[in-house]
Design a protein around this ligand. Structure first.
Ligand code: CMX
Length: 469
């Protein structure tokens, strides 16, 4: 290690210590545990639980594997561990055992608000526990306090050409935050494995804290006048993000952002963005590099970018039907899409086999706040027509809408009309889901991921050998 790097490392480690001491003092004075303290308490329990489970059942067969699954995107293969959420094909997502309506009811809210605070969900995903209001306030304040971007990251975003997709800018900016990684510095200085989680936690909070400034800077640069308002240290995460984007004066929009960030966060471990973040993290790449990798996956049209595609598809539909929004003309448009060999964006899912409860939560928000909005009515009519058309078409295993089918329409209503930005908001939310798992991974000593692959020739040899038995 160079002398310069070694002294930087020592400096940042002592800063980190100071930070932890400050946090500890703050929490003792309020009498409640901080998130970090509570998580630290829970680690031995989790480690023991896993140790015991492996000791008792380590050689139990938990599934079968067919050749179709190897060639079919590994659907249904159980081989990942993900603590924050489990996805049931019919019922949808549960965050630490709780459905979306449960978390809407149970998680702390902002004063006067009715949607859950995403900071509270982060706490729940990491610990399995619902935080108190004051614990969430402490976390919100910490995130606001750590939100400022390093100059070089601001410059990188400012230098990005406006035709570079916002998701590419987002990924570049998150990657460039690697300069701030306490984990990378601690690893280079030879810190013990037992402490990995500590530095992963610090990086994750630092990263989460900085995402609103990154997202807003991209938005203001590409679509507005490039000026980004300042973070308000007294506001929660969603309110700050809404402010930075320029829509904070509308309380309904602020509520929407809180709901949006909460429900887009986690969808168990096998989806592309979650799995990628976890996989890259398993090589002990920092949370910055790991999340950036996950964001690159989220940017794909079959995954997060579908929310942008939905809007583009809806606008084309509006052009095509020339004011005739009858079920018949929408049905024709759906068939035209399918017959052109394209997917209907916002419909279908690799795991779900029913309407996505994240779709339902957004539909309920729309029914409450914007029941007469023409695009919402259009989305509702498509919901009446598309499942039957997709079923008749006969390819997709799930003809029901997913989360992306609804999110853009809500943002359109409040004036955030630039659909190529939508996946960035999804990405900010996804960080709330994948970073807790990254911290848990390091706390329980999860190994580098390395499944086995075969060539087609080797699979032929394998199946022929097996079928001869
Ligand atoms: N429209 C038309 N065809 C569809 C379809 C849709 N909405 N959904 C699936 N299909 C097709 C698939 O393309 C596949 O066709 P081929 O056999 O020709 O390859 C066939 O139906 C079987 O697919 P499946 O097993 O039902 O679905 P997959 O698990 O392979 O894919 C998904 C899942 C989400 C990629 C797919 O449903 C899709 O492309 N949907 C549209 C894009 C979308 O909304 N993505 C967002 C998902 C949520 C998220 O991650 O954000």
């Amino acid at each position: 290690m160079s002398l310069r790097f070694a002294s930087q490392t020592l400096r940042s480690n002592s800063l980190l210590k100071k930070n932890s001491i400050l946090l500890a003092t703050r929490s003792y004075s309020s009498g409640e545990k901080t998130l970090k303290q509570r998580f630290a308490e829970l680690i031995p329990e989790k480690v023991d639980q896993i140790k015991q489970l492996k000791k008792d059942y380590g050689s139990t067969v938990i599934g079968e594997l067919t050749l179709d699954q190897a060639y079919g995107g590994m659907r249904g293969i159980k081989g990942l561990v993900w603590e924050g959420s489990v996805l049931d094909p019919v019922e949808g997502i549960r965050f630490r055992g709780r459905t979306i309506p449960d978390i809407q009811k149970e998680l702390p809210k902002a004063e006067g608000g009715s949607e859950p605070l995403p900071e509270a969900l982060f706490w729940l995903l990491l610990t399995g526990e619902v935080p108190t209001e004051s614990q969430v306030k402490t976390l919100s304040a910490e995130l606001a306090a750590r939100s400022q971007l390093p100059k070089h990251v601001e410059e990188l975003i400012d230098r990005s050409p406006s035709h570079l997709h916002p998701m590419a800018q987002f990924s570049i900016a998150v990657t460039a935050l690697e300069s701030e990684s306490q984990f990378a510095k601690a690893y280079a200085s030879g810190v013990s494995k037992k402490d990995y989680w500590n530095y992963t936690y610090e990086d994750s909070i630092e990263l989460l804290a900085k995402l609103p400034n990154i997202a807003a800077r991209i938005y203001q640069n590409v679509f507005k006048d490039g000026k980004v308002p300042s973070i308000n240290k007294d506001l929660d995460y969603g309110a700050n993000l809404a402010n930075l984007l320029g829509y904070g004066s509308n309380q309904e929009f602020v509520e929407l952002i809180r709901l949006y960030l909460t429900i887009h966060s986690d969808h168990e471990g096998g989806n592309v963005s979650a799995h990628t973040t976890h996989l890259v993290g398993s090589a002990l790449s920092s949370p910055f590099l790991s999340l950036a990798a996950g964001l690159n996956g989220l940017a794909g049209p079959l995954h997060g970018r579908a929310n942008q595609e939905v809007l583009e598809w809806l606008f084309k539909l509006k052009d095509d039907v020339k004011g005739d929004f009858s079920k018949e003309s929408i049905e024709k448009y759906l068939w035209d899409t399918l017959n052109a060999g394209r997917v209907v964006p916002g419909y279908g899912h690799a795991v779900l086999r029913k309407t996505d409860p994240r779709y339902t939560a957004q539909r309920e928000f729309a029914l409450k706040h914007l029941p007469d909005f023409d695009l919402f009515k259009l989305v509702s009519t498509i919901y009446e027509v598309a499942p039957e058309v997709l079923s008749k078409h006969g390819k997709t295993k799930n003809p029901w809408p997913n989360v992306d089918s609804h999110s853009g329409v809500l943002l359109q209503y409040y004036g955030l009309t630039e659909e190529s930005f939508y996946t960035v908001l999804f990405g900010v939310s996804r960080a709330f889901g994948v970073l807790p798992q990254l911290i848990i991974d390091r706390a329980v000593g999860a190994p580098i991921e390395r499944p086995k692959s075969f060539s087609t020739e080797k699979y032929i040899e394998l199946v022929k050998g097996l079928s001869n038995k």
